[in-house]
Design a binder for this molecule. Structure first.
Ligand SMILES: [Zn+2]
Length: 170
């Protein structure tokens, strides 16, 4: 399980300018009708964005060619998401948070302390190494395939999906 942020010819979702090499741009996840959507912004447009439903964001720098295509996503992005999903009751969000916790455990940001059962639900008690406190994660009844599907969904959000841009677009 490894999520990555691609470098590529990203485009600002507001002014539609293509980010040149070495440009720093910002990406935000939006919570729209209980679905996460990713949008990229140039620095100039960042302040003009609709920040109301903005859920989580991160910065990326377009690397110089011909560097490696992929750069692993910053753990901070997932850590931030994990924290913000703490009180979500929607099942897909609970699944999302559980998969994030698996990733953060692998990255040693969270450590499994114990588990407990309550009303037929199983909770993982995790120690947050960074903030030295404990947090609980509801363990959904997911099989390995379903965990992979959620992993894939998260991966798609942080990855850049190539867009077809006409040659003379301006
Ligand atoms: Zn822009």
């Amino acid at each position: 399980m490894e999520w990555s942020i691609n470098r590529g010819s990203h485009v600002c979702s507001l002014c539609e300018k293509t980010f040149p090499e070495e440009e720093v741009y910002l990406s935000a996840l939006y919570d729209e009708n209980n679905e996460f959507l990713r949008r990229d912004f140039c620095v100039d447009c960042w302040e003009k964005r609709d920040s109301e439903n903005s859920f989580s964001y991160w910065k990326t720098k377009i690397s110089k060619k011909p560097e490696k295509v992929e750069k692993y996503a910053k753990i901070d992005v997932f850590y931030d998401l994990f924290n913000k999903l703490e009180n979500e009751e929607d099942l897909s969000r609970i699944n999302f948070r559980y998969v994030l916790s698996l990733y953060l455990m692998r990255k040693k940001v969270l450590k499994l302390k114990s588990s407990r059962k309550s009303n037929e639900n199983e909770y993982l008690v995790l120690h947050n190494v960074k903030e030295d406190n404990d947090t609980e994660v509801l363990k959904p009844k997911l099989n390995a395939e379903e965990v992979l599907a959620v992993t894939d969904e998260i991966g798609k959000l942080v990855n850049y999906t190539p867009q077809v841009i006409p040659d003379n677009a301006s």
